[in-house]
Design a protein around this ligand. Structure first.
Ligand SMILES: O=C(O)CCC(=O)N[C@@H](CCC(=O)O)C(=O)O
Ligand SMILES: [Zn+2]
Length: 350
C-alpha cells in the first residue's frame, strides 16, 4: 500500500488530521477520499484539508489555526470540528478549508520556529536579498491553497476567513477580533453580529495594510476576514474548553447550515476600537515601563511613558491610549505594540 493510501485509511478511521499533520511537519503528499455522506475530502498538504459537501453551497469558509504553534485552544476547536466532519457526526452545507498553519511550531510548543508566519503574508515571504526558510515557504504555499480554494468556488458565492489565535497576555476584554484595513470600504455590522455570536464583542479596526493572514485574504480575495483572539495562550490540556463553546457552536452553524440568522445589530453590544498607532521595535535596546502582567486594553494617561526604543521615549499622546499585543522580544523592525482608542458605530459601518 502506498504511504498516501495508508494515511488516508487511517484518517478515515480516526479523523485525526492534527496528528497526521504534526507527524509531517512541513510536507504531506496530497490525497483524496469521499465520506459516506458524499462529502469530498481533499488533503492538499500537511495541515491543509478541504471539505466539499455534495450539495449546492453558498459559502466558502477558511478556518485557520496554529499560525502560531503555541496557541492551542483554536487548534483544539478545529481538530474537533474536523473529527466530527470525518466521522459523519457533523454534516456540511458549505465548503470549508481548514488550515493548521505551522505544524512544527505546534510540536515545539512555540509561537514559531525561525520566523513569525503572521509577518510573512501578502507576498512578504519572498523578498529580494532575504533567504527563504521553512516559514517563508509555508506562507507562500498557504496563500496558494487559499487562492486555489476561492478560485474553485462558484461565481458569486460568499468568502470568509477566520484566523483563530490566542493572545500572549491576559486581556481586559478576553475575546477580541482584528478587522483588517478595508481601504475605505465599510465595516460590516453583519460580521460584528457573527463575531458576537462567537462570544467576541470587542473589535479593533486596523487603518493600514499588514502582513497578516487575515489581511491577505481580505485584501487579495475580498473575503470577510478577521484575526480572532479567543483568550490567553495555554499549553494543550490546560484550556478550559467551556470558554470556547459559543465560538464552536457558531462556527459549526456557519458550515453546517444553509443560512444562519443572527440577532439584530445593536451598537451597545460592542466595544469598538480604532487602531491609533503601531510602534515598531527599531533598536536592540527596547523596553516597556509596565510589567509582563499588564493586560491588553490597559489604558494610559496622556503623557505617560508607553515604551523606550533605544534613546527614543514614546509617550501616550491621547488620553486613554490603550495597549494591545505589547511584545518587547519581537525581531528588530517588527511591531512591538499596537495602541487603540475607543470608537463609535457611525456611517462608516454598513
Ligand atoms: O498576544 C500577542 O502579543 C500576539 C497575539 C497574536 O498572535 N496576534 C496576531 C494579531 C494579528 C493581527 O494584527 O491581525 C499577531 O500578532 O500576529
Ligand atoms: Zn497568534
Amino acid at each position: 500500500m502506498s504511504a498516501t493510501a495508508e494515511y488516508i485509511n487511517q484518517l478515515k478511521q480516526d479523523g485525526d488530521f492534527l496528528t497526521l499533520s504534526r507527524n509531517h511537519e512541513w510536507h504531506l503528499e496530497a490525497g483524496q477520499f469521499t465520506l459516506n455522506n458524499q462529502t469530498k475530502v481533499t488533503v492538499h498538504d500537511t495541515g491543509v484539508i478541504e471539505f466539499e459537501p455534495d450539495c449546492v453551497t453558498s459559502k466558502n469558509v477558511v478556518l485557520s489555526s496554529a499560525i502560531h504553534g503555541n496557541e492551542t485552544a483554536p487548534i483544539e476547536i478545529c481538530d474537533e470540528l474536523i473529527k466530527h466532519i470525518i466521522s459523519g457526526q457533523l454534516e456540511l452545507q458549505q465548503r470549508v478549508l481548514f488550515i493548521f498553519g505551522n505544524p512544527q511550531s505546534i510540536n515545539i510548543g512555540k509561537r514559531f520556529v525561525e520566523e513569525n508566519l503572521n509577518r510573512l503574508f501578502n507576498g512578504h515571504h519572498t523578498v529580494d536579498g532575504i533567504a527563504m526558510n521553512d516559514e517563508r515557504v509555508r506562507a507562500d504555499k498557504l496563500e496558494q491553497y487559499v487562492s486555489d480554494f476561492y478560485a474553485r468556488s462558484e461565481q458569486g458565492t460568499y468568502r470568509c476567513h477566520y484566523d483563530l489565535h490566542t493572545a500572549i497576555r491576559g486581556s481586559k476584554n478576553e475575546k477580541f477580533a482584528v478587522y483588517p484595513f478595508l481601504h475605505g470600504k465599510p465595516w460590516k455590522k453583519s460580521q460584528l453580529q457573527f463575531l458576537l455570536s462567537c462570544g467576541v464583542n470587542t473589535v479593533l479596526m486596523m487603518k493600514s495594510p499588514a502582513t497578516t493572514f487575515s489581511y491577505y485574504s481580505s485584501f487579495v480575495h475580498g473575503a470577510d476576514s478577521f484575526t480572532v483572539e479567543l483568550g490567553q495562550v495555554k499549553p494543550f490540556g490546560e484550556n478550559d474548553m467551556s470558554r470556547f463553546a459559543k465560538t464552536k457552536q457558531t462556527l459549526t452553524a456557519l458550515i453546517s447550515q444553509k443560512e444562519v440568522k443572527y440577532p439584530e445589530f445593536n451598537a451597545s453590544d460592542f466595544e469598538l476600537f480604532s487602531v491609533h498607532r503601531t510602534i515598531n521595535r527599531t533598536e536592540q535596546n527596547f523596553s516597556f515601563p509596565f510589567s509582563d502582567d499588564a493586560e491588553n486594553f490597559t489604558g494610559f494617561a496622556k503623557g505617560e511613558l508607553l515604551a523606550t526604543d533605544g534613546d527614543n521615549a514614546i509617550y501616550a499622546d491621547v488620553e486613554g491610549e490603550a495597549i494591545i499585543f505589547p511584545n518587547a522580544q519581537v525581531a528588530i523592525g517588527q511591531r512591538a505594540l499596537l495602541t487603540v482608542v475607543p470608537m463609535q458605530v457611525d456611517s462608516r459601518f454598513s
